[in-house]
Design a protein around this ligand. Structure first.
Ligand code: FES
Length: 635
């Protein structure tokens, strides 16, 4: 088949691809992955590119007329038919290196101390042994000699694997029978044998998110965190939510393996980067923990995810045995034990269990609501006596997805919006302080609250007739201009459309309806909640009074709110360092009740009531009020 050269600008990277390959696929091969919500179906409009020159075939897809007129087409619907030069606008790129790794410093002390009251008792340990040398008369095998010494000196029954045995004879003799053996906790499987006194032991905690993946390297002997690195999950080219990934995995031949390899490549590249900069040999990494949602875990392990999205939504496995790194495909010591966080249900996964572990919900007497406002909007309510969880399908709007100018919280994102009530002029806060290129979740929340407060939208989210050039009507309907093209880094107006507002109201409505459904199931009112923990990078930028004002979060005093950062990663770090914490994780997942919101009418009734700003029942939001700005909590 004919091969053609496709050059991507502004990076000036060229790849050769077969005729008929989509620009989306070519960009992926060039290491320049593009955004996608629909997995390449041509419906999300996220992958817009400009063909500068060359021969392509554009098959169509849904792209706003305005962008088509400006010469854009959809990468997933544009096929290479000859050499071509393609420009990728910044807003279509899936940035690689802007994953938020650090919290913004608003964390409580209790949430920065990793181990807290848990002992340092990591997923593997090192035992130093001096073996009696064999003689002509004392001639038991190397393996029996090692196991007998381990039993005698440490009281442990070691377990041997073939890979270990293959190395054993030389290792023992080269070390002059004085060795360190690294053993997996619990199973006492022997992972590594090294000369006495020279042994380092590292572990990896991995947060396998739908959008981002973060790897944290820890020194298992000291309990110190060495470094963290993160990047975008390479599965994103197959769609940016779990449903589109499941569809890709189950409706394309080889789709599941493609997704498995994409996740593994993301993780293994991060592992290589971390180990190279730390000067660490992969063999020295002798344990790992992985926390991810149920779909991510299925895909990573190559387990058929089909039934996760079909009623009654049953995962293949909620709890998994401790696996070996080689089975999973991690590029570390092949015998390293890999602890994978258990799920509660198809849509409350190991990442939430990990967060619940880290935030100690299950050991606190305080009634706590834990929320991760991501695409699935998972939440847990409870205390040391009981725990109940649900997932409310909030959609990716607060992650900036499915919103015309939406983006994730990274440099260039509008994170705060002020609107002068008299002039209706707009002031923006932009992450990094430069020109804006889009708007992220916290900016969207601010924007909704301020548009309502300035009377530009009503309680249903509809635009009102107000005199400002910022409010205009296009072919796609009315929209409000937040930043003019001359002020933005994309040279295009940054807008919030009527459809975006409806989308956001649906998302916030789903989150609040999820909270109400949990409370009603256990016959409690909002006031009973003693603390609310917000997990995920989103919380770093969230302005609580505005989130309350739009009815996303309960109307409780700001001091009851706690940001906890990436709790999935921190829980994985904790379980790596402390076996009692890992055992507690398994218990926690088993005793967490799951409320399936699609069963019964409760959620739907709550959802419909929540499709107003802030809510149809204003008594649920006493500090927000109905009319003048005086009644509202200042924001
Ligand atoms: S429109 Fe191209 S990926 Fe969705």
């Amino acid at each position: 088949m004919d091969q053609f050269a496709v050059t991507f600008l502004p990076d000036n990277i060229t790849v050769r691809v077969a005729a008929g390959t989509s620009i989306m696929e070519a960009a992926n091969q060039a290491g320049l992955p593009l955004k996608s919500t629909c997995g390449g179906a041509g419906t999300c409009g996220r992958c817009a590119i400009k063909v500068q020159e060359g021969k392509v075939e554009v098959r169509g897809g849904h792209l706003p007329a305005r962008l088509r007129e400006e010469g854009y087409s959809l990468a997933c619907q544009t096929m290479v038919m000859g050499d071509a030069i393609i420009a990728i606008p910044p807003e279509s790129r899936l940035g690689r290196h802007q994953v938020l790794l650090q919290d913004k410093g608003r964390l409580q002390d209790s949430l920065t101390d990793l181990l807290g009251s848990y002992p340092l008792d990591p997923a593997c340990s090192v035992a130093s042994l001096v073996l009696p040398e064999p003689t002509l008369t004392e001639n038991t095998s190397d393996a029996s000699r090692l196991l007998a010494t381990l039993r005698k000196e440490k009281g442990l029954e070691g377990q041997l694997d073939l890979v270990f045995l293959q190395e054993l004879p030389d290792s023992l003799r080269q070390a002059n029978w004085q060795v360190d053996v690294t053993l997996a906790a619990g199973s006492n499987r022997l992972i590594r044998i090294t000369p006495l006194g020279e042994t380092r032991a590292f572990g990896l905690a991995i947060d396998l998110g739908t959008t981002t993946v973060v790897v944290s390297l820890l020194d298992l002997r000291s309990g110190e965190r060495v470094m963290r690195k993160g990047s975008y999950n390479r599965q994103a080219v197959y769609g940016d939510d779990v449903i589109s990934r499941i569809i890709h995995a189950t409706s394309n031949e080889g789709g599941l393996e493609e997704l498995r390899q994409a996740a593994l490549a993301t993780i293994n590249d991060l592992i290589t980067a971390v180990l190279t900069s730390g000067g660490i040999d992969p063999a020295e990494v002798t344990a790992a923990t992985i926390a991810g949602n149920t779909t991510m875990t299925h895909l990573l392990l190559g387990i058929n995810p089909r039934y996760l999205r079909l009623q009654p939504y049953i995962p293949a496995a909620a709890e998994l045995p401790v696996l070996k790194a080689a089975e999973v495909g991690l590029k570390i010591n092949p015998l390293a034990p890999v602890q994978i966080f258990p799920a509660v249900a198809s849509y409350v996964g190991g990442d939430i269990v990990s967060g619940a572990l880290f935030t100690r919900i299950a050991s606190s007497e305080e009634l706590t609501l834990f929320i991760d406002i991501g695409t699935n909007g998972e939440m847990v309510l409870g205390n040391s006596d009981w725990l109940i969880s649900c997932a409310c399908s909030a959609g990716p709007a607060f992650e900036g997805s499915g919103i015309t100018c939406g983006m994730r919280a990274m440099e260039g994102a509008i994170e705060g919006v002020s609107i002068d009530p008299d002039t209706l002029e707009v002031e923006l806060e932009v992450i990094g302080g430069g020109r804006p290129s889009g708007i992220c979740g916290s900016g969207l929340i601010d924007c909704l609250a301020k548009l309502r407060r300035a009377g530009i939208i009503d309680r249903t989210g509809n635009f009102q007739e107000v005199a400002t050039p910022r409010l205009r009507t296009t072919d796609e309907g009315p929209e409000f201009v937040l930043a003019w093209a001359t002020q933005s880094s994309t040279q295009r107006d940054i807008v919030l459309t009527a459809a975006d507002i409806k989308n956001l109201i649906r998302s916030k409505g789903a989150v609040f309806a999820g909270i109400q459904s949990l409370l009603k199931t256990v016959s409690l009112e909002i006031d009973a909640i003693e603390r609310i923990i917000i997990a995920g990078g989103f919380g770093n930028y969230l302005h609580i009074p505005n989130a309350v004002e739009i009815g996303l979060l309960p109307d409780l005093p700001p001091e009851k709110y706690i940001f906890a950062g990436n709790t999935s990663l921190k829980g994985a770090e904790l379980a790596l360092l402390s076996q009692p914490a890992w055992q507690e994780t398994l218990e926690l997942a088993r005793r967490m009740t799951y409320l399936e919101l699609s069963a019964g009418n409760l959620f739907m009734e709550e959802f419909v009531s929540a499709l107003f700003l802030p809510h149809t029942r204003l008594e649920l939001f006493p500090s927000v009020g109905n009319g003048s700005g005086d009644e509202r909590r200042s924001g």
